[in-house]
Design a protein around this ligand. Sequence first.
Ligand SMILES: [Zn+2]
Length: 322
Amino acid sequence: MTRSRTVLAVDMGGTKLAVGLVDDSPKVLYQKVSPTVTTSRDGCLSDLYDRLDEMVAKASQLAAIGVGIASMVDFADGRLVDSTNLPLCNVPLRDLLARRYTLPVVVDNDATAACIGEHLWGAGKDASEMLMLTLGTGIGGGIICRGKPYRGCSGAAAELGHMVIDVQGPRCQGSCPAAGCLEVFVSGNAIGAAALAEAQAKPASALGRALADGEAVDGRLLTRLAQVGDPDALMVFERVGSLLGVGIANLVNIFNPQLVVIGGGAAAAGDLLLDPARSVVATRALRPQRDEVRIVPARFGADAGIVGAAALAFTELLYEEA
Ligand SMILES: [Zn+2]
């Protein structure tokens, strides 16, 4: 049994940056969340250094740094190759952090890190074949294959959110050159946009009245209204959840996983989003794949990113290989 140690965990998404101290129980001992600085590469990195300096000053003993980031990562080099929703392209992040903090550092895609965390400690503990989708600014993806993360030839695999589900669909966001990707329809951003469109189309609805009253019409309001049975909010979740199901049905046919774990901020909607997805998978995916898969929420909810970054550090840098 490895003795409990503390790592510095970083979860950088397109909207928020979480940094924290996590041990391997796993417990988030301290965490600070701030908006991600996306104005420039230098601004983004210097804000990251400031946040990390604060954390390093707080911790008495750190064993390593684990970073999950919304980028395509060359895993062997710890280098950010490109990022859809961040101003970070060709950044040797692992080496920059290792030099600055003289600690072992591991850098991976944020959704792959979240997937490793759910596999090590959470919803996917007993699964050897699992997938994870994180619904945030975009959609991140993670793949566990035969009990290990699958990263492709350079580390950029598992961009599951950029699976095209409508070739005639709208342009994807950020630097993705495609159109009609799952991310366009089902990410946290997309759910907020669907709520706003519904509010504009139906001024007399609860969503429409909220918009007229100057309330923020977003995924949070949509979830609140759906939870008390508002029919228009429920319909938006039905629509979005069904499209999520189309994406998952494709993945289930390809990977035949035991488990698909859904995380990220938008996953707070829980079964409002997952039930329509489950029905689509039950009717559209092939057998036996559709009968063998379970679609479940992430155990670590809003902490899935930071817990995942910690799990990455423990599995890659601190635990002995069995
Ligand atoms: Zn895309």
